[in-house]
Design a protein around this ligand. Structure first.
Ligand code: AMP
Length: 247
């Protein structure tokens, strides 16, 4: 199974006909990708989508997509969420959980899912568990990508994202074929507002306080698979596949 999935249902919260039939002999993977912002979860999710067919579901992408909605269509809560995400602060659990609950159809997709950036607090992890149980679903594994935070801060400065399809590049380690242009869709590559130095400092503090405890939460449930995140995206991907195969 290969190719990018249709993600409009996830990004806009509307029903989308995105189900891709599973190739015979394959199983749907339901994974959470954990790790500090900028560790490369989005890139790994893209690579894993190609291998597993599971849909890449990023809550950060939902907030970025909301920024391009007409202002009159955004609720006050969504405006507050957009402001928080620009500054690098976490959006409230209440709003994040409302957005994910509206998109529960994506969690039930027959092709599985790769959750990237959600859950980000223990309260979100507990709510996800309840949501999945209510649909008779369960996580297979939680992949935790590990790298020292100072290495990540350096990485974030060079990260560029396609304004169109959201593919992720790095000006040194994963440059596009044509500078500033997406290899997949020809879109323009941009630096995310929250990759600016002042936002990065806030995001790292939020990670340490609220998200890092999730590793222990999932370790206790026997779901945690740690993956060292040094090296190129391909090397990290090879380690991810090895870690999954070993389980
Ligand atoms: P990301 O692309 O995952 O780094 O997310 C970008 C920003 O969106 C974060 O810095 C937060 O402000 C917000 N965000 C995304 N996912 C969540 C979440 N699960 N909980 C709270 N805030 C989130």
């Amino acid at each position: 199974m290969s190719g990018k999935q249709e993600r409009s249902g996830w990004l806009q919260g509307s029903p989308a006909d995105c189900a891709v039939p599973l190739t015979e002999g394959m199983r749907p993977w339901r994974l959470v990708l954990l790790g500090p912002p900028g560790v490369g979860k989005g890139t790994q999710a893209e690579l894993l989508t190609g291998r597993t067919g599971a849909c890449h579901l990023s809550t950060g992408d939902v907030f970025r997509a909301a920024k391009s909605m007409p202002a009159c269509e955004r609720s006050p809560a969504l405006n507050a969420a957009i402001e928080a995400s620009k500054a690098g602060r976490l959006v409230s659990d209440e709003l994040v959980l409302e957005l994910v609950s509206e998109r529960v159809g994506c969690l039930q997709c027959g092709s599985g899912f790769l959750l990237d950036g959600f859950p980000r607090t223990v309260a979100q992890a507990e709510a996800l568990e309840v949501l999945l149980v209510s649909k008779s679903l369960a996580l297979d594994f939680v992949l935790s990508y590990e790298l020292p935070l100072d290495t990540i801060v350096a990485r974030l400065g060079g990260r560029r994202t396609c304004a169109g399809c959201k593919a992720v590049y790095h000006i040194q380690s994963r440059p596009p074929r044509v500078k500033g242009t997406c290899d997949h869709c020809g879109g323009t590559l941009v630096q995310r507002e929250d990759d600016r130095p002042e936002s990065v400092t806030v995001r790292m503090a939020e990670y340490t306080t609220s998200t890092a405890p999730l590793s222990e939460y999932y370790r206790q449930r026997g779901l945690l698979v740690t993956v060292p995140a040094e090296g190129t995206p391909e090397e990290i991907y090879a380690r991810t596949v090895d870690a999954l195969d070993a389980r």
